[in-house]
Design a protein around this ligand. Structure first.
Ligand code: BG6
Length: 482
């Protein structure tokens, strides 16, 4: 039996993520023959939709991807809808009946993926019922995909993990971090282990490393969620930690997913924790955006659903240190925020220099606005005057190749089908990332907002973030020349 024949049961089938990302992703996998004809999708949610209506929704969500009408019609015929109340045990019996019927109809052989795209509070309710009511099969695989957030601090994450592992083993749990589905993130380790860069990947040659996850977008309609999260829970604990750990980890002991994830775990565990509030404020900046009236943008505290005295940070910048021999003395500067001057997602590896009169050589890995990799190096200026100038060597996929690159969710669903756990977050990665963030949050509680800084919406961020760099004799390598 092939792994790519399966029933995918989606909890949250009427949601926004499903229509925007998941159905197009599954369709791309289908049309490129990464899913076999022996597949079915069961969509569940509270609403009383029919199969016909569900198929119409799925069809509309893939319109832009359709290249062959017949193939698209065939694809949507594999979708089935079942109204479902996650708290009602009887509904799981119906789900099992439908799964068994479809399994026979498509000759699937027991493989199941359960994808929960609902409020995380419901994860354990669903997994409990799936196991207790024998929806899980014993003749194929049973895999669970869940969306972030995995808890909201270490304690809640531990509780959630305990609940989930009553029904699923750790190696059946696929925690999504959609950044791991991005082409350049998923190939980051390949780049690092290229024979040229791997030799330079340590404090012997690297001066500092910078990661910027900047967005011009605000909090949209998500005020209630965002005010409980702030950028640290929305972007740093997950996406930033993932990128950081892949950049900082030591060489895996073997080529398996376990070997890779173990080194990421070790790296996250090696982050130096701040000693006290002074140490924290010297290295960590939190800030909120204020209005930009000329652009018609209100400040964070004036946004819908945000309390006027909110102490939630919409911006975070920090200097992190890894207590690893490889990185002794190499600062990792990270920053992320909403309502900044643009959307740019970049990594800069800044190399050491021995001549104070030239720029540092640096490697830029850019996910957005463009997908490309550039190496900036010093080159003699042309002409009689001489002097050095930093010039880029650029790698970028041709447009026709770029358009074929799997989208985030397409890559991740495919990785789940193929049991590639290295594309997903291990429990210990989540746990240690929370442990690290919790200690920052605890200091923030003590500081009671005294350290909050401000920046104008659509600016480059708070001046204090630039001062942090100056204090370490460097600057943000930004995307102005991207
Ligand atoms: C999500 C956050 O996880 O990532 C959003 O919840 C954020 O607030 C988004 O906008 C950014 O993702 P990307 O892929 O656009 O960089």
């Amino acid at each position: 039996m092939n792994d790519n024949q399966l029933i995918l049961t989606l909890f949250g089938a009427t949601g926004d993520l499903a229509a925007r990302k998941l159905y197009p992703a599954i369709y791309r996998l289908y049309k490129n023959n990464n899913i076999s004809d022996k597949f079915a999708v069961i969509g569940t949610a509270r609403r009383e939709w029919t199969n016909e209506y569900f198929r119409e929704i799925v069809y509309n969500s893939i319109l832009e991807e359709i290249t062959d009408e017949e193939n698209a019609k065939e694809f949507v015929s594999h979708f089935y809808y079942q109204p479902h109340d996650v708290n009602d045990g009887e509904h799981y019996n119906k789900l099992k009946e439908l799964s068994d019927t479809l399994d026979k109809q498509y000759n699937i052989g027991g493989n199941r993926i359960y994808y929960i795209s609902l409020n995380p509070q419901l994860f354990p309710v669903i997994t409990h019922h799936l196991s207790a009511q024998n929806v899980l099969t014993d003749n194929g695989y049973n895999r669970l995909i869940i969306e972030k957030p995995f808890g909201f601090d270490e304690e809640s994450a531990i509780e959630l993990q305990q609940q989930l592992t009553e029904s699923f083993d750790e190696n059946q749990i696929y925690r999504i971090d959609h950044y791991l589905g991005k082409e350049l993130v998923s190939s980051l380790d390949k780049l690092r282990y290229n024979n040229i860069w791997s030799q330079l990947w340590s404090n012997e040659f690297i001066d500092n490393i910078q990661i910027s996850l900047a967005e011009d977008m605000g909090i949209s309609e998500r005020g209630a969620y965002y005010d409980n999260s702030g950028v640290t829970k929305d972007m740093i604990q997950n996406h930033m930690m993932q990128i950081l750990s892949i950049l900082a980890m030591d060489n895996p002991k073997n080529a398996s997913a376990d070997g890779f994830r173990q080194e990421k775990i070790n790296a996250i565990k090696s982050l130096r924790t701040f000693e006290n509030t002074e140490d924290l404020t010297a290295n960590v900046i939190r800030a909120q955006y204020t209005a930009n009236t000329a652009e018609g943008i209100v400040g964070y505290k004036e946004e819908a659903d945000i309390p006027a005295d909110s102490q939630t940070e919409t911006y975070f910048a920090a200097k992190f240190d890894f207590e690893m021999p490889r990185w002794e003395g190499v600062p990792f500067f990270v920053r992320s925020g909403k309502r900044l001057e643009g959307k740019y997602t970049t990594i800069h590896i800044v190399f050491k220099k021995d001549d104070p009169n030239v720029e540092n050589n640096y490697l830029r890995i850019e996910f957005a606005p463009e997908m490309r990799i550039q190496f900036f190096f010093n080159q003699e200026k042309p002409g009689h005057k001489g002097g050095a100038k930093s010039v880029p060597m650029t790698f970028k996929y041709p447009t026709e190749v770029e358009s074929e690159i799997p989208h985030d969710y397409e890559r991740l669903i495919n990785a789940c089908i193929n049991n590639q756990l290295d594309h997903f977050v291990h429990w210990y990665e989540a746990q240690y990332a929370w442990q690290f963030m919790d200690h920052i949050h605890n200091y923030w509680k003590q500081l009671d907002g005294q350290d909050m800084k401000y920046y104008k919406a659509l600016s480059t961020g708070p001046v204090e973030a630039d001062e942090l760099m100056k204090a370490h004799h460097t600057k943000w390598y930004d995307c102005k020349d991207c």
